[in-house]
Design a protein around this ligand. Sequence first.
Ligand SMILES: Nc1ncnc2c1ncn2[C@@H]1O[C@H](COP(=O)(O)OP(=O)(O)OP(=O)(O)O)[C@@H](O)[C@H]1O
Ligand SMILES: OC[C@H]1O[C@](O)(CO)[C@@H](O)[C@@H]1O
Length: 386
Amino acid sequence: MISSFYKKIVGTSSTVESDQQKILCVGLTCLDIVQTCKQYPAEDSDQRSVDCRWQRGGNASNTCTVLSQLGSSCEFFGTLSAEEHLSFLQNDMQNYNIDYSHCPMIENIGCPTSTVILSLGSGSRTILHHNPNLPELTLKNFEQLHLEDYSWIHFEGRNLTEVLSMMQCVENYNNMLNYNQDTNSKETKSSQAPITISVELERPRQELLDLLPYVDVAFISKDFAQSRGYDSMSETLKNISEDAKSGATLICAWADRGAMARTPDNIIVQSPAFPPQKVVDTLGAGDTFNAAVIHLLNKAKLEFIRRRKLKSYEMNSALQKDVEIKRNIKMNYNIESSECSHTEFITQNVLQAAVSFACQVAGAKVGLKGYNKLDEIFKDACQKVN
Ligand SMILES: Nc1ncnc2c1ncn2[C@@H]1O[C@H](COP(=O)(O)OP(=O)(O)OP(=O)(O)O)[C@@H](O)[C@H]1O
Ligand SMILES: OC[C@H]1O[C@](O)(CO)[C@@H](O)[C@@H]1O
């Protein structure tokens, strides 16, 4: 009933229904060769590991894995090396239902690889990463996408110049939607909400701060914060907000201290960590955390849009007979508008729920080998969110 309602009022051939849109994660995929050891090995020693496996890795790629398990439809966008590990990475994305159909294929350059040592003693993950200079995505690649297919685009903070121009491209698209919403003409009026842009500042590279003016939601890692000399989440949020655009949401995760975030209205929310009985695999804890936050905030965004459109439709139907009242209300409250600003849906309650949920998901993940079973563990929570 609601969906036919909904189609009738917002569906046009030129728009994509908001619940059909995907979350796009832009960044790296690589091969992780993961060895689990009882203790971190001494240099030049010769010993046995307790487990060894290959895994698809890379921040954007890991974030897709978790998004998909939580029930968000998502797409990975990054360059793929057309060499021997390609089918391993592609098959794994298929298994997790991750779209990779727009990824540019690069010939004659190998796939980035990480050798990872997990220590069961300390819970540490030591990453030795090698990238044989696989070319990064370019703006030209990005321009091949149909932006109306996405409700949210998450960027890894890397390849600064190109990522900056990709963000500007999304900003131009969003501005165009606003413009179309303003001109009340039938042909041009758009019911599409602006794409939310998020970024992860993870590597300790100060120039990544240049991305912040374009970003609605920023994830600041402990490593990045420490490289700026901050030793707490509150100090990080306070200082980073000076570089962020006004109304941005800032989120800082800090391993076993949990996470803290700041709403667009400057309200601080916080969650403790949820440690598992035994920490077995902290590789990608941050990517998992980011995915769970994005999953929940994007759900809140879709729900916000749905309710607003429904309300607008109901008001219009009720007022149909009284043209005069309708005209006044339209004039005063722009009641037909189905606009959703970039961050309007991120209220204190929504952000608190997202940060707590993400700490629970990341806490569960560090107790598991890889990412398997997150979908089973969080089945109920995801249904509630939906
Ligand atoms: N030992 C732990 N116990 C419980 N929760 C943890 C632990 N380590 C990480 N987490 C959870 O994961 C979140 C992110 O962790 P962390 O800050 O270590 O990310 P990260 O350093 O970016 O990780 P990575 O680079 O491996 O993806 C934390 O906010 C916390 O909720
Ligand atoms: O830096 C790349 C490395 O970081 C990770 O994405 C974890 O966050 C690994 O999967 C990858 O090997």
